[in-house]
Structures are given as structure tokens and as C-alpha cells.
Design a protein around this ligand. Structure first.
Ligand code: NDP
Length: 273
């Protein structure tokens, strides 16, 4: 699978999301199996957060990577209300315990909250020095937030990006590309909602003999410096997602999608879910 460089690590451009995992104990076995199968398929970057299932998703991830830690690239996130100098350290230690791991590969501030960014960054740097995280980044930051942050050590910014939510193409995505900061696209298949029923995606999928979800992923990945983190528990979905890494959309395909879901022509407020 194609990889990109993320602050000294080489990561596959398609990873695995975990939102909604760890909420229902009756689904736990299936979720653990899905994450393990995803790793085998090369979807080694696993994105989680202390928020997901209030720690439940991290516990599922911990179970899934038991014995496979070296094969996974773990991403987790701290809640903004825990992002104080001391709060980040304590939250990270709780996450590490749930993940059953000694280190998180990439630790993100989930979104901006009440604490000064400098305080959060200081705590991230301390965690890095202590070997509890390997690198850090942010999520749901717009250009003005990243400019205010002004930290070359910020490894990524994780934001909403799919063919229905293209606002970042106007300024944020080019800004990150200029800085060489990979962008991690969340909800890349629009949470399997109306995006997958859009006639343009259906049309392109038919041309390639693939599914609209695969088109949605290939569309997000058509740009350099982008990583997509679809969440899939269904084994069939996982395999289709891994295969989407080799799907190449033609200029005609992109024009079909642009006509239905146009690129932004002015600044839009950063969309979040
Ligand atoms: P996604 O766009 O990844 O959609 C997930 C849904 O799509 C699930 O219902 C899944 O079903 C289905 N699906 C997966 N693959 C396919 C496929 N090939 N064909 C059809 N359906 C498919 O939405 P998410 O909200 O989960 O976003 C992805 C990840 O991004 C999250 O899990 C989370 O890790 C992260 N995220 C981060 C946020 C942030 O603020 N930083 C906010 C939101 C998400 P099934 O599970 O049954 O396979």
C-alpha cells in the first residue's frame, strides 16, 4: 500500500477509525477481530481517542493489538478539557493503560478548548521526552489555529474531509501541503450516509466496477499528503477499503464528481462532526 511520511514514520495512506467501537459489549469480539484483520490487510494506522466509548474504544484497540504492537501505528486523542499541563500527562497515562502499550505513536489534541495551546504543547513535549508518545499533533484546527500554534513539531492536523465536505480545499489543505504537514481525513466515506448514494459517485463506481465507498476513499487520496481513516467493522468493508488504495480516478471521474459536488470558491468555516 502507498505510504507517506509522517514526522519520521512511514504510514500507509489508509488506516482504521474506531469511533463507535467499545460502546456495546456484545460487539466487542467483532470489533477486535476487525481491527486485527485490518492490520493484516495493511491498515496499520489505528485512530482512537479517550472520548470514544469513554475509553471503551481504546480498550478494544488494546485487545486487538496484543501481540501485534510492533505492526500497529497508534493514534489517540486527548479531550480539550484534559488539555492542561498536568491533565494531558494524566490522560495519556490512562490511555496507555487502556491500550496496554508503553507508547502512543501519535497523540492529538481532539479540538481546541479552554487551555492555552502553549500549555498543551509543553505537556506533549514532556510526554515525548518521557517516551510515552512518539509525536504529537492536533485535530479540528483551521488555518488561523495552526498559525497561532506555530509549531514545527506538530505532526498532523486531523479534520473532516470527504467529497461532501470540501471546504478545506480552499485554504487549509494547501496550507498543510506547503508546510509538509500530512492531513488526516476523518469521515472519508461520509459515515456511509448520502455520499454513498450520490449519483456522481455511483456513476464513477460503475465505470470502475467498484463501490461508491471505494470511490470516496480514492477521491480523498487523490491529493498528496492525505491519509484517510475509514472505520469498518464489517470484514467485507475492510477488504474493499484496503483495495481502494490502488484505485486511480481519471480526470473525467474527477470532473463528474466536481460537477455534482463542487470545490469551494471562497473561505468556509471549518466543518466538524
Ligand atoms: P466513516 O466515514 O469512516 O464511516 C464509517 C461507516 O462506514 C461505518 O458505518 C462503516 O460500517 C461504513 N463503511 C466502512 N467501510 C465501508 C465500505 N467499504 N462500504 C460501505 N460502508 C462502509 O465515518 P467515521 O465517523 O467513523 O470516521 C472515521 C474515523 O475518523 C472515526 O472512526 C474516528 O476514528 C475518526 N473521527 C475523528 C473525528 C475528530 O474529531 N478528530 C471526528 C469523527 C471521526 P461498518 O462499521 O459496519 O463496516
Amino acid at each position: 500500500m502507498r505510504t507517506i511520511e509522517l514526522a519520521g514514520a512511514s504510514v500507509a495512506v489508509i488506516g482504521q477509525g474506531t469511533w463507535r467501537m467499545g460502546e456495546d459489549p456484545s460487539r466487542r469480539r467483532e470489533e477486535v477481530a476487525a481491527l486485527r484483520e485490518g492490520i493484516e490487510l495493511g491498515l496499520r494506522l489505528i485512530d482512537t481517542a479517550e472520548m470514544y466509548g469513554e475509553g471503551g474504544a481504546e480498550t478494544v484497540v488494546g485487545e486487538a493489538i496484543a501481540g501485534l504492537r510492533d505492526q500497529a501505528f497508534l493514534v489517540s486523542k486527548v479531550y480539550p478539557h484534559n488539555a492542561s499541563r498536568a491533565g494531558v500527562i494524566a490522560a495519556c497515562e490512562r490511555s496507555l493503560a487502556r491500550l496496554g502499550s508503553e507508547v502512543i505513536d501519535l497523540y492529538l489534541l481532539h479540538w481546541r478548548g479552554q487551555y492555552p495551546l502553549a500549555e498543551t504543547v509543553e505537556a506533549f513535549e514532556r510526554l515525548r521526552e518521557q517516551g510515552k508518545i512518539r509525536r504529537w499533533g492536533v485535530s479540528n484546527f483551521d488555518v488561523d489555529d495552526l498559525e497561532e500554534l506555530n509549531q514545527p513539531g506538530c505532526a498532523t492536523n486531523q479534520v473532516l474531509y470527504n467529497a461532501e465536505a470540501r471546504g478545506i480545499e480552499f485554504d487549509l489543505l494547501p496550507w498543510q501541503q506547503r508546510q509538509g504537514m500530512p492531513l488526516m481525513a476523518y469521515c472519508p466515506i461520509g459515515q456511509a450516509g448520502q455520499l454513498l448514494r450520490n449519483p456522481a459517485l455511483l456513476d464513477v463506481a460503475q465505470r470502475h466496477g467498484c463501490t461508491p465507498a471505494q470511490v470516496a476513499l480514492a477521491w480523498v487520496l487523490r491529493q498528496p499528503g492525505v491519509i484517510a481513516i475509514p472505520k469498518a467493522v464489517d470484514s467485507h468493508h475492510l477488504r474493499l477499503n484496503a483495495e481502494a488504495a490502488v484505485l486511480h480516478l481519471s480526470a473525467e471521474d474527477l470532473a463528474t464528481i466536481d460537477a455534482a459536488l463542487p470545490a469551494p470558491t471562497r473561505k468556509r468555516a471549518l466543518e466538524m462532526i
